[in-house]
Design a protein around this ligand. Structure first.
Ligand code: CDT
Length: 346
């Protein structure tokens, strides 16, 4: 059997002044609950430990730096603000995927920053997967409209430079025929067997078919995705006939979120775990909820019910990926790469 009990750890709002220690305490509560439910993998959102700071223009580099985490001795699990979380994961024997703002090269001026997610394997007791967000939304300069909510990811982060690299995770399923130390997704003949093949994406990436297909082509069975998505901002009102009210703006944002993750999971025959940071940050900036786990047929099997800290759990049977991977989306039989040149030429 290739079943894994997976949890999404949705986080409610985090304010600009909230100390990391408060956020960690909230994360620990969710990890305690996960342990009591026999969860093997817990997934936290994008930039999980702070407010979604790219909505603010922060001009003082020292202030900006306070939102970033730095590896210690080349190891993100030792990063000052994250170490307690990974110590807990080790103690509980639970794998953790989490998003954070990464200061990658503190020797450079300005520092090299990425919007990053990592995967900690309790079995290997190390990071076995790292992803840096490729699709950075928003602008470099703040919007001219004064009441707009900025999205300054292009200003604060470099585009991810690690590609979309799937990886195998050791120890998650019993009796895995194909063992691995977590580095490489294997060739087509071992897909659907052995250690699970996992991919990570971050927020805006989920809207891009290319990101999903890159993982699909590596046989990904489980895609982990955290997000911070604006649920309301004045500039979003009335941009089409269907969002004439505040409620409709939020509804539309949730619709596009679910559409993206359901389509991505279906067309690549993989599970996806989609985890929000949501609710009203700083009492002023709403982020959509909609955290959910999607099965390889594109159906939502479990969904968070609140806009606050909440654990949602599902036993994901990786063997359910076989139908799509073996038939409608058997890429090796049906893809027509000779017709796809335009995808990379433009
Ligand atoms: N964090 C992040 O990537 N947010 C973007 C907002 C873009 S506006 C639709 C997202 O794609 O959800």
């Amino acid at each position: 059997s290739r079943k894994i009990v997976v949890a999404g750890a949705q986080l409610g709002p985090i304010d600009m002044t909230t100390p990391r220690s408060d956020v960690l305490d909230r994360c620990f509560k969710l990890m305690d609950e996960a342990k009591s439910k026999n969860v093997k993998l817990i997934v936290f959102p994008e930039i999980a430990l702070t407010s979604f700071f790219p909505r603010h223009l922060i001009q003082d580099p020292d202030e900006l730096e306070t939102f970033f985490e730095q590896e210690v001795e080349g190891d993100p699990t030792k990063a000052l603000n994250m170490k307690p979380l990974f110590d807990k994961a080790r103690e509980y024997g639970i794998d953790v995927s989490i998003g954070y703002a990464e200061c990658a090269d503190p020797t450079l001026t300005p520092h090299k920053h990425f919007n990053t997610a990592i995967y900690y394997s309790a079995k290997a007791d190390k990071i076995v997967g790292k992803y840096r967000k490729v699709h950075l939304p928003g602008t470099f300069e703040p919007y001219e409209r004064k009441d707009a909510t900025n999205q300054l990811e292009k200003r604060y982060f470099a585009p991810g430079n690690l590609g979309f690299k799937a990886f195998r995770v050791p120890g998650l399923v019993e009796n895995a025929a194909t063992k691995s130390s977590g580095q490489e997704a294997n060739s087509a003949d071992t897909i659907g067997r052995g250690d699970p093949i996992v991919g990570m994406m971050i927020c805006n990436d989920r809207r891009w078919a290319e990101a999903w297909r890159a993982y699909g082509l590596q046989g990904a069975e489980l895609v982990l995705e955290g997000y911070n998505t604006t649920g309301w901002a004045p500039e979003l009102l009335g941009t089409n006939p269907k969002n004439q009210t505040k409620e409709q703006v939020k509804e539309e944002a949730i619709f596009h979120h679910k559409l993206s993750v359901q389509h991505g999971s279906y067309t690549n025959a993989c599970w996806s775990v989609n985890v929000a940071k949501c609710g009203l940050e700083d009492g002023k900036y709403p982020l959509i909820p909609g955290s959910c786990i999607v099965d390889p047929d594109g159906a939502i099997v479990v969904e968070a019910k609140t806009e606050d800290d909440e654990l949602f759990v599902w036993e994901c049977d990786l063997d359910l990926c076989k139908r799509g991977k073996g038939k409608v989306f058997a890429f090796e039989r049906h893809r027509r790469t000779e017709a796809y040149g335009i995808l990379v030429e433009q």
